[in-house]
Every structure is written in C-alpha cells, then in structure tokens.
Design a protein around this ligand. Structure first.
Ligand code: HAM
Length: 412
C-alpha cells in the first residue's frame, strides 16, 4: 500500500463535482470577457524562472522542483504560469499576429512549500494574462473578472488589496528613500530581511515577521511619477465606480519580481493564514527583459483549492440518470444492455446494474442515484417483449415495448 506524497491531493468523485462546477464557471466568465485559453507545458528550462519570476524570490530560492534530465539540462516543474505564457507568446510571435491578446489557463503548479491548509506542493491555478495594452482599464478588467467569478461561485466577503509599485523611472528614488529609512532598523530585522536589504528592499515591507515594526516607512505611492500617479488614479476611480470592495495598501509588494505599477491581491478573511485567494498585477517590462519587444502586460492567478475552500460546503447539483434499467437474469441483462446503449446514443443519461444485485437492491440503487425512471425486465417481460416503465417519483407504472424510440417517447 502506498500513500500520496505530502502536499499533493487526490480529487475524489464527491469533490470533483465541485471542481467541475468551478471550472465551468471560470470558462463561462472567461467567455464573457472574451479571453481565450492557452495550455503550457508542465516543465520548462530552470533558467526561465530565474529570468522572470526573479532570482531573489522565495519561489526561485527555496520552492522550485528542479531536476536534471538525461540530456544534462536543468528543468523545473512550473511554480507559476506567467513565465511559460510569456515564453510561448514570444516563441510563436503572437504579437505579430495581433497587437492585443487575452489568455487564460487552468494549470497545475508545483512549489516545495511547507504544506498546510490551503497550501500544497502541487496545486491548481486559474490565471489570466492580458498582453499588449498599458491601459489602467485592463488592470480593473482583471480584478472585475475575478469578482464576477467569485460572485457566481457564491463566495462572499472577498476584498482586493491594491498598490502601485511605480516604474523604472520612479521606483529607484523610492528604493533609495526606503533603504535610507531601513538602514537604522537593520539590527531589529530578521535574517531574511537583512539579506533582502541589498537585493530587494521593497519585499521587507510585507515580511510576516517584521512588517509591524515598519508602519512609518516611506510609501511608494508618495514617490510615483506623474504617469504612474495618473495610472493609479484611474485604477482607483474605476474600482470605485464599479463598487468593487478594495483597500489601498502601501505594504503590498507581492512575491514576484516582474511587477510594475498596479499590484493587487484578493483576500478572503475566512481562509486564515492562507487568506490570499489570488493575486496579480502589471508587468510592463517583463516581455522586453525576456528578449521580446517592448510590450506591456498585466495578469493574475487564483489558487483554485483556496477558491473551493472559500466556497465552503455548498452542494453542487449533479445531473441524475433519466433511466435505470432493472433486469434479472442473463437474457434480461443482455436486452437491457442493448436498450441502455440505444438510450445513450439518443443522448439520454442511463445506467444499469453490473454486480448481480437482487431486483430489490437494483431498485434501491436506482433510488440512490436519483433516477427519474426505472425500466424493469423480468422473465415475464422477456416473453411478452414488453418491459415496465416506472416513474420513481409518482410510483406510476406502464407497459412499454422494448424499443428505444418507445421508451424515449414515454420519458420525455
Ligand atoms: P502568486 O501570488 O504567487 O502569483 O500565486 C497566485 C495564487 O496562487 C495565490 O494567491 C494563492 O491563492 C495560490 N497559491 C500560491 N501558492 C500556493 C500553494 N502552495 N498552494 C495553494 N495555492 C497556492 C502568481 O503565481 C502570478 N503568476 C500571478 C500573476 C499572473 N501575475 C501576473 N500574472
């Protein structure tokens, strides 16, 4: 007997109903927003993540599943979707086909984190990447798409944390001011933060250990250049006009290196320590830094297990079989099987017993499945060529010839 690996999850049929509902809802909303699906490989060159996710991020430093293949190449199971999507975008020169692309993915991700509720080593993300526009309305469209999905899933109480991280023009000044402020505090900070002081001081602001000591730190928002300020103003005004619940939060920096201007995170308070149900932001310089043209982009990814946790015990209705064939004896079974296949070809959900249950137990099974009708074939019925169709709701029975068209006519 083997167990699954810690941090991985089996999705058994009872739960897969919820997954199916979640994916269906995501696809419906993606259609409304005119977003097209992209599927990317499970593993990529390790270097891709160093270049895009960022060398100094927790993901790249500590969490990647990296291995060397037989060709001696270093490969990594994707810990996030953005690098793979951008790689594919450039590999197939999608920008030469059209200037503007809206892409979504539902993919497995892999991160070697300490497993706990809402945090797994293999998990699913639903992500969207909108490539080719610098408009602040795109940032809001991404946020609104998520809120729309959450509403359809019946997930209430989510709000959005929003911040701007500025651009290459204004961020260096902020970085300088922040480093100046942090200098005196370094001895008070954790080892991780002390290391980040040189490599990525902004990330110190959202350190789980030290953030409380830094409430009077300078804020990026006060250092934005005119263009970034205007971009941020439009994002905030549009969120307000759409009545999207949000909080401006100058400590939100996100754990990936590629962000510029708008960053956001969806918080669902009931999830406890892992309350970030999703997050994203703008990454206007990533594509260029990966060797592509200068094309702006923005996106997000949602943790699908966390979305399901936030949905709670909501029951998902399953489609019931319309007919369950109840048959006793080999001849009756064979006749049932032919009719059963005929029903399915005609598009009717139907089933029968395969484990030699008694007549009574077959009726019980039909009940358990919620079948609308049973079609019963016993020895007498075989002789007459006529079975009994029983309405399981009313108990009403009628004789119906063993013919797919006849049965179909009576059940519709
Ligand atoms: P991220 O914040 O690293 O962003 O991940 C997005 C979401 O994935 C998180 O908010 C969380 O819900 C879920 N998640 C992350 N790690 C785990 C885990 N170990 N177990 C379960 N769920 C997890 C990104 O991945 C970016 N690629 C988002 C993005 C797209 N930015 C621009 N475009």
């Amino acid at each position: 007997m083997y167990d699954s690996i810690r941090g991985t999850k089996d999705i058994l049929p009872e739960e897969s109903k919820k997954w199916e509902f979640l994916e269906r809802t995501i696809r419906e909303v993606a259609r409304l927003y005119n977003v097209q699906e992209i599927r990317i490989p499970t593993f990529e060159r390790t270097e891709l993540f160093y270049k895009s996710t960022g060398e100094d991020t927790d993901i790249v430093q500590k969490e990647m599943y990296t291995f060397t293949d037989k060709g001696g190449r270093s490969l990594t199971l994707k810990p996030e979707g953005t690098p793979g999507v951008v790689r594919a975008f450039l590999q197939y020169s999608l920008h030469k086909k059209r200037p503007f692309h809206k892409l979504f993915y539902i993919e497995r991700m892999f991160r070697q984190e300490r497993p706990q509720k809402g945090r797994y080593r293999e998990f699913y993300q639903f992500g969207v990447e909108i490539i080719g526009s610098a408009s602040p309305l795109v940032d809001v469209e991404l946020i609104s798409m998520v809120m729309n999905i959450l509403e359809r899933l019946g997930i209430k109480g989510t709000y959005v944390r929003v911040n701007s991280l500025g651009c290459d023009k204004c961020r260096p000044d902020y970085r300088k001011a922040l480093k100046e402020y942090l200098k005196g505090k370094l001895p008070l900070l954790c080892e991780n933060c002390r290391r980040r002081y040189e490599t990525n001081p902004l990330r110190i602001l959202d350190c789980k250990v030290d953030a409380e000591k830094l409430t009077d730190a300078p804020r990026m928002i006060d250092f934005l250049c005119d263009e970034c300020k205007e971009h941020h103003r439009i994002v905030i005004d549009t969120l307000k006009s759409l009545n999207i619940p949000f909080k401006e939060d100058s400590t939100l920096v996100r754990g990936l290196d590629y962000y510029t201007r708008t960053v956001f995170e969806f918080i669902h308070p009931s999830l406890g320590a892992q309350d970030s149900i999703g997050g994203g932001g703008r990454y206007d310089t990533l594509i260029k830094s990966m060797g592509g043209p200068d094309i702006p982009a923005a996106g997000f990814a949602m943790g699908m297990e966390r979305m399901l946790l936030a949905m709670g015990d909501r029951e998902i209705e399953e489609e019931k079989p319309v007919v369950f064939f109840v048959a006793l004896g080999d001849d009756a079974k064979r006749l049932s099987f032919n009719l059963l296949e005929g029903m399915r070809k005609a598009g009717v959900k139907a089933d029968m017993d395969y484990i030699g249950r008694s007549m009574k137990a077959q009726m019980r099974e039909a009940n358990r499945l919620g079948a609308v009708f049973t079609y019963i074939i016993g020895e007498d019925e075989i002789k007459k060529g006529i079975g009994i169709l029983k309405n399981m709701d009313t108990g009403e029975q009628m004789n119906v010839p063993m013919d797919v068209e006849e049965i179909k006519r009576r059940i519709s």
